[in-house]
Ligand binder design. Sequence first.
Ligand code: MMA
Ligand code: CA
Length: 222
Amino acid sequence: MLSYSSYMLIAAAALLVTCNALPKYPGIPGLPSIPGLPGRDNLKGQTRLSGLRGASGSLVRPPVKQLTCPQGLPNSLNTELHKVLVNLKHRLSRLKGVLVLNGNIREVGEKILATNGKKVDFASALASCEEARGTLATPMNEEENKAILGIVKKYNRYAYLGIKEGEDSGQFKYLNGMHVNYTKWHQNEPNGKRTEKCVEMYTDGSWNDKRCNLPRLTICEF
Ligand code: MMA
Ligand code: CA
């Protein structure tokens, strides 16, 4: 959704905001105020400093010394970057609202889950996820397993997970090679004895080791 240059801009803006842009920020015309951030609508003629209070109610003052700030960047650029950051955050939160509303994504912790609705083999499913800069949905705890299950149930289709049996060890691992530390095997699974190297989620959320060449619902995490 965002280009690399946008990410760099956000990173730069985030760094700068922690330095000195926030207390000076005058608000963005036309942009609604956002809770927790000072905006023009929030200030109502107060001095900016008196309008900025932390959670405890005490004044949040600009840092006296700015030893950690990058040197040589003019304040105008600093303020501009902050405006871009606030605008992007606001836009992202609205886009997220649209996606959640339409059932296109599910959020669980920091993860975002999504499906393209397609049923393909393991390699093709993984390729689709990676092409979209994600990976196959990989439940690391009960909450994530339930979130993936929500999609499995909605489509009433089993889905491959981002877990595979190691070539030598016969142990099931995440796609980055780490050993799985949360499992939800169905009773008497895994039983493939190295012939079923992939893992599918059943429509009750439990797991089965399975051959990798069957059509299964593609669910990615981002
Ligand atoms: C199938 C296959 C296996 C699974 C068993 C469970 C017969 O094999 O899906 O992976 O373990 O069913 O009965
Ligand atoms: Ca099995």
